[in-house]
Design a protein. Structure first.
Length: 366
């Protein structure tokens, strides 16, 4: 019955009411055909242009951050954090990186201008962290609490907590106009559709079952033209494709075992997909939704979450179960090296990045 109700709700909202105008307070859309137009190589905001480039790696089991100099591929610092570091998240204003420690119930700020770590702020269950496109709210993805918690983006004080009827709330991305966002619920195999300004869940949808496996959605990304959401599914070994104006309507593209993280290349041409269960990266071409390449880690590995270098030439990704960070050459499509870090590295951030503002996670920029 629960699944039937979810499907009916998805049908009712099959054509979301995209507003003629963007979300109030959101910076102007630079290119109506490319939401990533501000993310071109080395196209830095004045806020970040003089920051030293570093890779910040949260080591979940080690309760630490490894800081890597990407020019030398060396760990140059290791900082202790509260229990359970998950992701390193750029703030909307680009000035701060927030370490999500959901088991310790803290957000810990990093000053990327000076490469220093600050005093932790008590925040309950911050598995992941996002920011609304207008910068008015931070959103804590409280996975265990089953809540979207809207907070002040600077002080992290609670504005509104929204209960969600799904399990494993974790990743999100916005429509081009910023008025809605879709979020994944890993353990119940669902997506939710949220009205940004109303801070309200308007619909739920179960992903289809494939190969007799219950779906397990992970990362989600909007296409450059704003017309399509891509949803990585670990159990289905690929990505679901959902029209942005037809919530709950899906097609499927097989990529590799345990598809997990999604990253748009600097030219907005391709989507990099980490296949954590087989040690590979699939390259999907947006123009025709074809897998055009697969980059393999010699001897296998566990590529999880990561980011693309500011110049667009390298892809850095954590090796979740191998205690390393992998580096790939994007132009030539090949594995370069791996760097030893702490135990169970997760959502790393390479910073600074091009873009005018951040929507959160390990770096979603507009």
């Amino acid at each position: 019955m629960k699944k039937i109700i979810s499907i009916l709700l998805a049908i009712l909202i099959a054509t979301p009411a995209f507003a003629a105008t963007p979300l109030d307070g959101m910076p102007p859309i630079l290119d109506p055909n490319d939401v990533y137009a501000a993310d071109r190589p080395n196209q830095f905001s004045p806020v970040v242009k003089n920051m030293p480039e570093r890779v910040y790696v949260p080591n979940h089991t080690s309760n630490s951050i490894s800081v890597i100099d990407p020019k030398t591929f060396k760990v140059v610092a290791t900082w202790k954090t509260p229990k359970g570091a998950q992701h390193v998240v750029p703030s909307w204003d680009l000035k701060t990186l927030w370490v999500n420690d959901n088991e310790g119930n803290f957000l810990t700020p990093i000053d990327p201008a000076n490469v220093t770590i600050g005093k932790s702020v008590a925040v309950h269950d911050p598995y992941n962290l996002y920011f609304t496109p207008n910068g008015k709210n931070a959103i804590v993805m409280a996975e265990a609490d089953k809540q979207l918690v809207f907070r002040d983006p600077h002080t992290m004080k609670i504005k509104k907590s929204v209960n969600v009827a799904c399990d494993g709330l974790n990743h999100a991305d916005w429509t081009a106009d910023g008025n809605y966002f879709a979020a994944t619920c890993e353990f119940s195999g669902q997506l939710i559709w949220v009205n940004t300004s109303k801070m309200k869940v308007e619909a739920y949808s179960f992903l289809p079952t494939t190969y007799n496996h219950k779906p397990q959605p992970q990362d989600i990304k909007i296409s450059p033209d704003g017309k399509t959401f891509y949803i990585a599914d670990m159990m289905s070994d690929g990505v679901w494709v959902m029209p942005a104006n037809k919530f709950g309507t899906y097609s499927f593209i097989k990529t590799g075992k345990a598809a997990h993280g999604l990253y748009v290349t600097r030219d907005s041409m391709n989507l990099l997909i980490t296949n954590r269960g087989e040690g590979s990266i699939s390259v999907l071409r947006f123009s025709d939704n074809k897998i055009i390449a697969k980059w393999k880690i010699p001897g296998g590995g566990s590529p999880d979450m990561g980011g693309i270098s500011a110049d667009g030439k390298q892809f850095w990704v954590s090796g979740r179960y191998n205690n390393v960070v992998y580096v790939f050459d994007i132009e030539h499509g090949k594995y370069l090296t791996q760097i030893k870090v702490g135990k169970e590295p997760h959502g790393l951030a390479i910073y600074p990045q091009p873009g005018r503002y951040s929507l959160g996670h390990t770096g979603i920029f507009r």
